[in-house]
Design a binder for this molecule. Structure first.
Ligand code: NAD
Ligand code: MG
Length: 392
């Protein structure tokens, strides 16, 4: 029986993870469920899965949850605060942590799980973007197993040799596929007028709001390039991006002998989640089987870096190294919030990230404190830039 801590339980990855877990009740038990403030969603999770502990970071949401659970006669212990969350993932009562918080806010709990030597199923790509070297070194030190949930990285993991060397032996390049998002094929000019509702409407995947906007700007693919670099130990020059509108080939590994191995499947996050939850065994995901005959064709194209400059900015941040990826990520989080609130246009997201990267110098990312400092400075600067854009 695997004892799971699901961090970000009420979100899109959280709900998909619970769906897969419920299909194999003899294999998985939900020990800890954590989220920010959704007490209604957390109540439903507690009714269905009866975790030993439920954590809401927000104190008043946790108080509401406590009242609801008492009324329902449920025995789940309710905790609140970010410190409780960090302590719970490192606790001996848990052996597998699903890190599915959105944003750099997930870094402390992801790091705690890795440092405690847990099996960590990683959806929270922003943690790896900000502090990849530190997380990988911590995993090597503690013996933690990192299993990627991001569909592209999970695909690559499935296509790599099973001996898990870093970098993997015999690999020439990794090819990350990108759907191209809702605005694929549009020019930079045409993108000036797109709305939040249009940007949130991803053609192939149902996801949380932040990653949906990142998919529309291609920043998501940029973050994934950095994520792939850290997970698999290959340089940026050996990681390529392909636009593949069908989202059927989830990524590919090119070997030095000219072989390409790819993983294919329906565009359903339960597939990578089931792979990582069950690994090294295979378990039911509930995803529909892929109908290759109905699909008939697979298209691949170069990404348009003029229309979608965020991808270029991410490659540049990876090259610059140090705190540059943390700065890129923090500025992007603020800019995406600005766009979602209606304060910023879609094309201004890349402008804000670029401006913050240009204004802030990068330094060494030798400690979590240094990364968090860079994150804070970039957020402050990005908020000023967004304010300037709103007022100007
Ligand atoms: P979401 O917005 O649907 O859910 C986010 C979850 O994190 C919620 O449970 C929320 O309560 C929790 N959360 C947010 N801030 C928190 C904080 N400060 N402290 C504690 N909990 C907090 O997001 P999502 O789409 O599920 O994405 C989660 C992560 O997975 C992101 O890093 C995203 O890039 C990655 N990911 C998502 C998908 C997908 O299909 N949704 C695919 C690949 C990767
Ligand atoms: Mg992905």
């Amino acid at each position: 029986m695997k004892r799971i801590a699901l961090i970000g339980a009420t979100g899109s990855i959280g709900r998909n993870t619970l769906d897969v877990m419920a299909r194999s009740p003899d294999r998985f038990v939900l020990t800890v469920a954590a989220a920010r403030q959704d007490d209604v969603g957390m109540t439903e999770i507690c009714q269905r899965f009866a975790p030993a502990r439920a954590i809401l970071v927000d104190a008043s949401a946790a108080a509401r949850l406590r009242t609801r659970l008492t009324e329902l006669g449920l025995e789940t212990e309710v905790l609140s605060g970010a410190d409780a969350l960090v302590a719970a993932v490192a606790d001996g009562a848990v052996d597998t942590v699903v890190a599915a918080i959105v944003g750099a806010a997930g870094l402390p709990s992801t790091m705690a799980a890795v440092a405690a030597g847990k099996r960590v199923l990683l959806a929270n790509k922003e943690a790896l973007v900000c502090a990849g070297e530190l997380l990988i070194a911590a995993a090597a030190g503690s013996g933690a197993t990192l299993l990627p949930l991001d569909s592209e990285h999970n695909a690559i993991f499935q296509c790599l040799p099973q001996d898990h060397t870093r970098p993997p032996r015999g690999v020439r390049r990794l090819w990350l596929t990108a759907s191209g998002g809702p605005f694929r094929g549009m020019s930079r000019r045409a993108l000036a007028n797109v709305t939040t509702a249009q940007a949130l409407k991803h053609p192939n995947w149902q996801m949380g709001p932040k990653i949906s906007i990142d998919s529309a700007t291609l920043m998501n693919k940029g973050l994934e390039v950095i994520e792939a670099h850290h997970l698999f130990g290959l340089p940026g020059a050996a990681i390529r991006v392909l636009v593949h509108p069908q989202s059927t080939v989830h990524s590919l590994v090119e070997y030095i002998d000219g072989s390409f191995l790819a993983q294919l499947g329906s565009a359903d996050m339960r597939i990578p989640i089931a792979h990582a939850l069950g690994w090294p065994e295979r378990i039911d995901s509930g995803a529909p089987s892929l109908d290759l005959l109905a699909l008939a064709r697979l298209d691949f194209a170069e990404p348009d870096l003029d229309a979608f400059p965020c991808l270029r900015l991410a490659f540049a941040a990876l090259d610059a190294g140090g705190t540059a990826p943390a700065i890129l990520n923090a500025a992007n989080e603020v800019a995406v919030d600005g766009f979602l609130n209606g304060d910023l246009s879609f094309v201004a997201i890349a402008d804000v990230v670029n401006e913050v990267l240009n204004r802030l110098g990068t330094s060494s990312a030798h400690s979590i404190a240094a990364v968090l400092d860079a994150d804070r400075a970039a957020r402050d600067m990005a908020m000023q830039v967004v304010k300037g854009a709103v007022c100007g």
